[in-house]
Ligand binder design. Structure first.
Ligand code: NG1
Ligand code: ZN
Length: 525
């Protein structure tokens, strides 16, 4: 029949008892459970491509999760996350029994008005996990079963794949859909901005980067020749010695609030960490007394907002989008000191991205370091026009800076390489040291915990996940615990990527934040 070949050898049958849901970051599991899932996501990518008559992306990665895990996620035509209306199809396909597969495909085709005779085009990328190569081969098998075309980019960062998909579907308007095109676009904008910077302190130029033993190291090394030799980036944890994400990377640094292994930090040196697929970044340094200072996604959003606000003409509407995990003092600083509107949305990049699209300039960051800046089409056109035609020298220079920022920022998704260049450029342009940046505000002490429960789905939340609706009584217990401490806040939510419930607490001291988080975790059982 028309689906001949849909069924695959035995190792692709779904594994009994393992039910997967397309969550915050696609599917994630131990790599050996995923072969049939990625094959089916190859099918789904082809279906989505046929439905939209556009190129769809598919990335094999489990980001910051252990090397033994893997995952898969789809990328929509403009580089966004898969549209939520299709997440359900992804879950249905991934969990279908082998003999039901054809039926499920037919149902999806009916519901989503897919014409199977249409062409399909899929871009594929993968991270450096040992299991990724074989899994991406299964993705290709899935695409080919439905007669789709594909381009396999091989080893790329997640945001590079998003960039390629966007370039392809905008007929090159966003850039060239090649790695060279990506490196050229970003490095050119960076060098243009550096020309506009007047500070040339030697220490400004040194940056140590922990690449989590992942794809970021490979891609940064590839990018290095695009910069002149005075740009001094030093790559650590490049994957040649240690395991991916093991005691290093952005997630490790953020969660443990301590430096990664494999990177020797001298006092006041500017350092940063990427995660395993290079879509997150956090900065940090050690002061002369040896204390570790984390500069997370909230402080990155703040730095970028300060810079953009100064350059943007008054009539541009700018806002910052955060999640409930944003440090309370970052929100306060943005609203009260900087006077920028702040919006809180549910965890997950798709929610932040969607909200940020409502503004001329939308800055969004998760506290863990995933984020970017979106410029509306109208704002971008206006800025490019001002950069060319504005008579006032100062205003024209400002517009030019903004134009280069637009070209350097990966607007499709958070991108550690692009964000790093943005931050480095802003620090240089403003003549700020990492200590001055850190001193903008002081983080409220906080603690993030996770606990395993029988069924995490019994917790249902509201108010951008800041309040629990179910189980009954839980929110009241949390409210009572929060009242015991000063400057306190706490919430719980089921993770979308792990089988755990996450607990977040803030308070006036670290001891109190730890105690509150612990007490809330006991209330969850
Ligand atoms: P979950 O597992 O749903 O909390 C985590 C991160 C998200 C996001 C996704 C995707 C936290 C608290 N949660 O989601 O922000 O980055 O992974 O990678 O950091
Ligand atoms: Zn990631």
């Amino acid at each position: 029949g028309q689906f001949s070949g849909v069924c695959r050898s035995k190792d692709n049958t779904s594994h009994e008892g393992v039910s997967l849901a397309y969550g915050t970051a696609g599917f994630r599991a131990r790599a050996e459970l995923l072969d049939h899932v990625v094959f089916r996501m190859g099918l789904l990518a082809a279906l989505r491509s046929k439905a939209l008559a556009a190129t769809i992306g598919i990335m094999v990665t489990a980001s910051h999760n252990p090397e033994e895990d893997n995952g898969v996620k789809l990328v929509d035509p403009l580089g966004e996350m898969l549209h939520p209306s299709w997440e359900e199809y992804a879950t249905q396909l991934a969990n279908a029994e082998e003999q039901e597969l054809q039926k499920v495909i037919t149902e999806i085709c009916q519901k989503a008005a897919v014409d199977l005779h249409k062409d399909a085009s899929v871009f594929i990328g993968r991270d450096t996990r040992p299991s990724s190569k074989k899994l991406s081969q299964s993705v290709i098998d899935g695409i080919q079963v439905l007669g789709g075309q594909y381009h396999d980019y091989g080893l790329v960062t997640t945001p590079q794949l998003h960039y390629m998909v966007c370039c392809q579907n905008t007929q090159g308007q966003y850039g060239k859909a090649t790695l060279e095109g990506y490196y050229e676009k970003l490095s050119k904008a960076f060098m243009e901005l550096m020309k506009q910077s007047h500070c040339s302190g030697e220490s400004q130029k040194h940056l140590k980067i922990d690449c989590a033993n992942g794809i970021g190291a490979l891609k940064l090394s590839e990018m290095k020749p695009y910069f002149p030799p005075e740009v001094l980036i030093h790559i650590y944890n490049d994957g040649t010695k240690e395991k991916l994400n093991h005691l290093c990377g952005a997630d490790f640094v953020k969660v443990h609030q301590k430096p990664p292994g494999g990177l020797d930090m001298k006092p006041n040196e500017r350092c940063c960490s990427f995660d395993g697929d290079a879509d997150r970044i956090v900065y940090y340094y050690k002061d002369t007394a040896g204390h570790f200072h984390l500069i997370d996604g909230d402080k990155i959003a703040t730095l970028i907002s300060i810079f953009l606000k100064e350059l943007l003409a008054k009539d541009f509407k700018m806002a910052v989008v955060q999640t409930a995990y944003a440090n309370g003092n970052s929100t306060r600083y943005l609203q009260e000191t900087l006077k920028v509107p702040v919006h809180c949305v549910k965890t997950g990049v798709k929610h932040l991205h969607h909200k940020a699209q409502e503004f001329d300039v939308g800055v969004y960051f998760e506290a863990n370091g995933h984020g970017t800046v979106l410029f509306s089409k109208a704002a971008e056109t206006k800025i490019r026009q001002l950069a060319k035609e504005e008579k006032d020298d100062e205003k024209r220079e400002a517009a030019k800076m903004l134009e280069n920022m637009i070209d350097m920022i990966n607007q499709t998704v958070g991108d550690a390489v692009s964000d790093m260049l943005v931050i480095e450029a802003i620090l240089a342009l403003k003549g700020l040291t990492v200590q001055q940046w850190d001193a903008l505000y002081t983080d409220l002490p906080n603690r993030l915990l996770k606990v395993q429960v029988a069924d995490r789905r019994v917790i249902d939340t509201t108010d951008a996940e800041r309040r629990a609706l179910t189980p009954p009584g839980l929110q009241e217990k949390i409210d009572a615990l929060v009242k015991k401490y000063k400057l306190s806040r706490a919430f719980v939510r089921p993770s979308g990527t792990e089988d755990v419930v996450r607990i977040y607490a803030e308070a006036d001291t670290q001891e109190n934040a730890d105690a509150l988080a612990h007490e809330v975790s006991l209330a969850v059982f």
